[in-house]
Design a protein around this ligand. Sequence first.
Ligand code: TLP
Length: 348
Amino acid sequence: MASAGSPSVAVGVTRPVDLRSDTVTKPTAAMRRAMAEAEVGDDVYVEDPTVNALEAEVAALFGHEAALFVPSGTMGNQICLRLLAEPGQEILCDSDAHIVTYEMGAAAALFGLGTRTVLGARGRFELDAYVPQVRPPDWHTVRTAVIAVENTHNRGGGSVQPIEELKALRAHADEADLSLHCDGARIWNAHVATGTGLAEYGAVFDTLSVCLSKGLGAPVGSVIVSSSDRIAAARILRKRLGGGMRQAGILAAAGRHALHHHIERLADDHARARTLAAALPGVVVNDPETNIVVLELDGDAHALAAAARDDGVLVSVVSPTRIRLVTHLDVDDDGADRAAGVLSGLLD
Ligand code: TLP
């Protein structure tokens, strides 16, 4: 029996093209082999060799001292925010950022952190829009402790944050005594789309949370990177949140496999997003820079999603009139063409 939310497509009919998210990928056969063969230990004792290797590798990629494997991007973001801000302080971020849209108010609910938002065009970070909003330390107003930037920006349609603007932000943060966090769930897509080095992004931020379970195709896991001192504190926060995992090397092996085999191929996902956008010219909001296409409809997004599902294409509804399409490891050229045909037919 189909579980709630699963595709209502009859068995025996062509496999649906699932464009709801790049989180829906299944581990490849080679990834599963790497998982099965992983050397493991108890990671709460810091004794899992595969987790330790993953952490060292990701820290090095971003040019930071240390890293910590965490179960999800949400936990990664929230631990980082708490590392950089004290209860009663605030985080400044885009009004459509994942941390204020989809993380269930965690910064406030768990850590007493406020969030204040800035409107950006498709989530694009612009220093000039943020600087006037920063409240410096004083006895009378809430202190802005952190600016958090999402790269790529999910609800912005996978938009890439310009590296020059980020470097200007770093210079400002040093002068203004602000800390910087990057929600880098899809930073790999930004790296592949622009050629900007991961270490170049890493040099901008005090903490980054990067996901292995989005475009990279691992089933679970994110990694936070920062200084050794902060990562030691992060280990305690992770345990407090119930995120200390035991023989987690099985999951870390999937992440390592993804790092070694699934970064460069993101360019294919980006090309397929462009194919989809080109087929739907009247409704596409963004000229896709990476793997996300956003559609703005005249009509009801839920109705379109239901009709597309009946035709074997799964999409996500991100507002009453907006649809999101995300390409990934489990969508090939044929799938992208099929989805483009179905959606353009329904929108005609
Ligand atoms: N994004 C998911 C949903 O939560 C919306 C998706 O389908 O895109 N940062 C960004 C930018 C994200 O897009 C996501 C997940 C996360 C953080 C959180 O990652 P998880 O789901 O691992 O907690």
